[in-house]
Design a protein. Structure first.
Length: 150
């Protein structure tokens, strides 16, 4: 019976870490998307300095780099829960930066301010919906496990 409780406690802890990482991805994704959109709108209205590098580096580029770093780290160091949580935040940031310019990488041209730029918003809405559903289903699973173990 004692082994059974230890196994349940371990699974419960792992599930809580997993649930926390879902929440971190969701929050970092949402905050980054809002900040990126806000800064871009402010730049377009000439209220914030614009990126004048040549060539122009779209924010999907650092987003892709962050996705690569977080993905590789998650695969290589999956058992380190602290690193797992940090990579969750980096993944959410990278995903938001990348998906905010989804229309650019889908159409291979800059349509951010055109009607087709709406594809990026649609992609973000779809991903946010998936993230929220995943997070909420994890909460339901935690409640179910608590009910079973008590």
């Amino acid at each position: 019976m004692a082994v059974h409780r230890v196994v349940i406690e371990h699974l419960s802890h792992a599930h809580k870490i997993n649930q926390l990482s879902h929440m971190i991805v969701l929050i970092s994704f949402l905050v980054t998307f809002i900040v990126a959109r806000t800064l871009t709108y402010l730049q377009n209205a000439n209220l914030f300095p614009q990126n004048t590098t040549n060539p122009h580096i779209h924010h999907l580029v650092p987003g892709i780099i962050l996705l690569l770093i977080s993905g590789y780290s998650a695969i290589s160091f999956w058992s380190n829960s602290k690193l797992h949580l940090i990579m969750s935040a980096i993944f959410g940031i990278g995903a938001a930066l990348t998906l905010d310019e989804f229309a650019l990488w889908l159409l291979l041209r800059d349509v951010y301010w055109e009607e087709q730029g709406r594809l990026s918003i649609d992609a973000v809405i779809i991903v946010l919906t998936i993230l929220v559903i995943t997070y909420l289903s994890g909460l339901v699973e935690i409640s179910r496990r608590k009910a079973i173990s008590s």
